[in-house]
Ligand binder design. Structure first.
Ligand code: SF4
Length: 159
């Protein structure tokens, strides 16, 4: 079974800034096709849960007190990449909107609750190294593709 790196909060680990997880029931479906490797880049980078909210502003990450915490995000992203390379993982499913894991959009960096197009810190590093990253909002599409593949395997083309 292929391995996929997945944001740890999506499997229910209590690693978010607010001390909670955000379990998605689609995890059960994913487990039919993939071995999931849960990972939280912010906790692995040395931040605690709960922690202050943080946002990415271009090439920097700051928390709500406006302290620069980019080094923690660098460490978390590097560890995520190392795990992918060590386990030969080619795909990741990461949580949209997060300053680490956002895939298509993130908060704008000014703590105004406004989202902008952009990638999280870890998403950017994984993508640069050829790892395909999709967001949690794209899991259903991925499952549809997998289901169609399975159906094709079960019904070989008639000659
Ligand atoms: Fe979830 Fe990623 Fe935020 Fe960790 S850094 S809590 S895995 S979205």
């Amino acid at each position: 079974m292929k391995k996929i790196l997945i944001s740890a909060c999506l499997v229910g680990d209590k690693v978010r800034y607010d001390g909670k997880g955000c379990y998605t029931p689609l995890i059960k479906e994913l487990l039919k096709y993939y071995e999931l490797v849960p990972f939280c880049p912010e906790v692995e980078g040395g931040l605690k849960s709960p922690r202050l909210r943080s946002e990415r502003r271009r090439n920097e990450v700051r928390n709500e007190k406006l302290e620069v915490i980019t080094d923690k995000f660098d460490l978390g992203a590097e560890k995520a990449l190392n795990i992918c390379q060590y386990l030969n993982i080619k795909m990741a499913i990461l949580k949209e909107d997060s300053p680490s894991c956002g895939v298509h959009q993130i908060y704008n960096g000014y703590f105004q609750k406004r989202k902008i197009p952009g990638q999280g810190w870890t998403t950017e590093l994984l993508t640069k190294h050829g790892i395909k990253v999709i967001s949690d909002q794209e899991i259903e599409d991925l499952l549809k593709i997998k289901e169609a593949e399975e159906e094709r395997k079960e019904k070989p083309l008639k000659k």
